[in-house]
Design a protein around this ligand. Structure first.
Ligand SMILES: Nc1ncnc2c1ncn2[C@@H]1O[C@H](COP(=O)(O)OP(=O)(O)O)[C@@H](O)[C@H]1O
Ligand SMILES: [Mg+2]
Ligand SMILES: [Zn+2]
Length: 512
């Protein structure tokens, strides 16, 4: 007898239904066909053991053929154990198969029949609903992420026995319920940290506000202990709240990467990712023979923080260039291509030189001449080119650290950020961008017009500070955001003047 049940393959952040056809005939072999990778082949062992351990048996002296269709899509990992096991149990007449048609079933099996977590339960649930399935069966660890898909019964299971009992009608299992609205509201409010934890540093906070308002990438340069890391961690607290579509997009990526915790359903806070500088190219941008999203995709709709930027390998920084431009990572293999969204704000921090004290108000830099230049050279060029705002951070004086002065709360700053974003959304309605940082050269010419006084100021600054030509466009974009924060339709001279300050590294005098 041939029976069919259904599993699901995950590609990028999308999924495709896979039909598991099981045929039991004459002979004594076990065949698994349909382009399975070695993990799927090994599932034979786990499936056999798990079936025995729930008191059922592999059909003895018969030939078992399992076909995973369509054959031309890649099927990775161990998550097909459960549908394969059920197919064999069903095809050998040891359980009812009439509910096979209405369920998508995925899960890895341990030898004793326990169902282990899988990757991509959320995209699987979305596809199952789209294809008209009534429900899905997934490991209980993945049930909450799948259950944010409404209109689909999500059964979280811990043991294959539960699935057999459910399908046989011997036991009932309550579908996992998640109230998306409640999830979303409750969590988006709590932030364990706040920008008001940082004493003083008003001009850095101002730079943060501008960066957040316009979606500009940001570089912090300053000596050790200046508070760069502390401040960067607090950037997500002033970004506009995630909307539900963004939350879903980000959760999908984390689901595919298997990074959601069991009690997470929907990620409703913007991600903050800070990979260590020893990270590999693949871990940062994604990839591998069975591609997985990298840190830049896990940071989608949030912040990617590269602390100690010059310590990162040059190749790592280079592979980021294309995604920074395209907001998506494309991973190509001989037979297929996957894409992961990667729209993030880049925040980088670095010391100004190897010893850390170049340009410090009261400490000497001990670096050999030329070393400072070389240090900056490691990050300059293509990557720095994509960072709109550079700020120099100096440590606050002890008096200020100990002082009682209360700083502004993140929530208040965020309100201004949200207002400025609203102006941008109107400006870019019907276009493919949402914020000033994404402006193309064409848009820049029409949106960032400045008057003769502004022109003159910019010209003078370029000459006096020795600003490069590439700094020019950056200054205009940032000035546009500053004007938006001031609800000003025009870019005024004071907006330009402020924007010029955020180009530290372009100055000829720097590290000269
Ligand atoms: N402005 C500040 N307000 C409050 N604490 C600060 C401030 N600046 C530095 N600190 C303290 O100093 C520590 C070191 O700062 P850190 O962010 O690690 O510096 P950096 O990354 O620039 O080397 C912080 O964890 C914090 O306790
Ligand atoms: Mg630090
Ligand atoms: Zn130095």
């Amino acid at each position: 007898m041939i029976v069919k049940n259904y599993g699901c393959a995950v590609f990028g952040v999308n999924a495709t239904i896979v039909t598991v056809e099981t045929d039991i005939g004459k002979g004594s072999n076990f065949f698994l066909v349909g382009l399975p990778d070695s993990a799927v082949k090994e599932s034979h062992q786990r499936v056999g053991a798990a079936i025995k351990n729930v008191g059922l048996h592999m059909p003895r002296g018969r030939e078992i053929t399992v076909n995973l269709a369509p054959a031309d899509i890649r099927k990775e990992g161990t998550a097909y154990d459960l549908p394969i096991a059920l197919g064999i149990i069903g095809a050998s007449g040891q359980m009812a198969t009439d509910r096979f048609a209405e369920l998508v079933i995925m899960g890895e099996l341990s030898l004793d029949g326990e169902v282990r977590p899988i990757k991509g339960a959320l995209p699987i649930a979305l596809e199952a609903r789209k294809q008209g399935f009534k429900g899905i069966v997934v490991p209980s660890a993945n049930a909450r992420e799948a259950a944010i898909v409404q209109g689909l019964d999500v059964y979280g299971v811990e043991h294959i026995r539960q699935v057999v009992d459910l399908l046989d009608g011997r036991a009932d299992l309550a579908p996992t319920q998640v109230d998306i609205r409640a999830e979303f509201d409750q969590r988006s409010r709590v932030h364990p940290v706040d920008l008001s934890d940082v004493k003083g540093q008003e001009h850095i906070k101002r730079a943060f506000e501008i960066a957040a308002a316009g979606g500009h990438n940001l570089l912090l340069i300053g000596p050790p202990g200046a508070g760069k890391t502390m401040m960067a961690k607090r950037l997500p607290t002033i970004l506009p709240p995630l909307n539900i579509e963004e939350a879903l997009e980000t959760t999908k990526i984390h689901s595919v990467a298997g990074r959601l915790r069991q009690d997470d359903a929907l990620l409703s806070a913007r991600p903050f990712r800070s990979p260590h500088h020893t990270i590999s190219d693949i871990a940062l941008v994604g990839g591998g023979s069975f591609p997985q999203p990298g840190e830049i995709s896990l940071a989608h709709n949030g912040v990617l923080f590269l602390d100690e930027l010059p310590e990162f390998k040059r190749t790592v920084l280079e592979v980021m260039r294309q995604p920074l431009e395209d907001r998506v990572v494309t991973i190509s293999r001989a037979k297929f291509t996957v894409e992961y969204p990667a729209s993030f704000m880049l925040v980088a921090a670095m010391n100004p030189c190897p010893c850390g004290y170049y340009n410090h108000p009261d400490r000497e830099c001990t670096c050999a001449p030329g070393l400072v230049q070389k240090y900056l050279g490691k990050v300059s060029g293509p990557l720095l080119d994509r960072i709109d705002i550079h700020v120099e951070v100096t440590p606050v004086a002890f008096g200020e650290l100990a002082g009682e002065r209360v700083s502004e709360k993140s929530a208040d700053i965020r309100e201004r950020v949200v207002r400025a974003r609203r102006i941008q959304e109107e400006r870019y309605a019907g276009e493919r961008i949402h914020c000033n940082a994404r402006m193309g050269p064409q848009q820049l010419r029409t949106i960032c017009r400045i008057d003769a006084t502004g022109q003159a100021l910019l010209q003078k600054a370029m000459e006096r500070l020795g600003l490069s030509a590439r700094a020019y466009d950056r200054i205009l974009k940032v000035a546009r955001t500053i004007a938006d924060l001031a609800s000003s339709a025009e870019i005024r001279t004071e907006h330009l003047a402020e924007a010029i300050q955020y180009r530290s590294l372009d100055r000829e005098g720097w590290a000269g």
